[in-house]
Design a protein around this ligand. Sequence first.
Ligand code: 2YJ
Length: 268
Amino acid sequence: MTRLSTENMNSINQRLPLLEEAYRAVTGKSLLEIAHFASGTEYLPLAVRQKTSVAVVPITAGEGLIGDFSETVALILREFADVQAYVTDTTDVAGLNEAIVRDADLVFMADDNVCLFRNLRTGATSDNGFATGRGFAALLYLSAQQALDSEVLILGAGKVGSGAYHFFRDRHVPIRWYDLKESTPFDMESALLARDWQGQAWKYIIDATTCPTFIDAPQVCAGGTISAPGIPFGITEAAVQKAGLVIHDELETGVMSMFCEVAHNGGL
Ligand code: 2YJ
């Protein structure tokens, strides 16, 4: 699993308004609407969101804090979801306790392996991996006006790939997938393994891997779409030039998809 960096946080902070515009240009929707679409949840009215408090708890375990990580997550939630998001003064278990004492509606926290969002009212929980996969699948699906005319290749069969797989399977979109392990702990087996994926060009690709620059121009149809939650970015410059659309962000789509998964159904 790739660890995000403070440099990632700096670029996210600078591009937030631009990202909203870029995603709206290709989907016709705001990031909040995209995230609701990804999670299949109803749009929360602004008045409800403005009353919702979200505690982001910094976690020092494992490799420790990433500079500006918690602040950036809180900023994303304030900017795109209009909630009252704040970083707790304390970390780890003390931080979780602080969130409870301050009566937060939702809590977000991440260590090196798990990144989760929990609704303290309803108990609803979202895992970043699955939510991110659904979010990037929704971005690809919406950018094609919900009418994909070719199968989707999902590269990487971890949580992110599995989230994308289930999003497309639920919409009866034909799927092929590949993972270096040629296996998956998740139920993706009803779709065909594309062992020879490098031997052809694909119109729709989800890069849910942690491999750097391995998808090259011959694997992409001219004008095709690549939706790339994977970190680091896995697409060569030649492939980017050949594709019609490349969608990528490190944190925003995942955090917003998680938020929409847990903050729904009158639980707030
Ligand atoms: O609180 C902090 O500042 C850190 N403990 C944040 C750690 C963030 N975690 C990562 O970047 C992980 N490598 C990935 C989390 C799961 C993403 N699917």
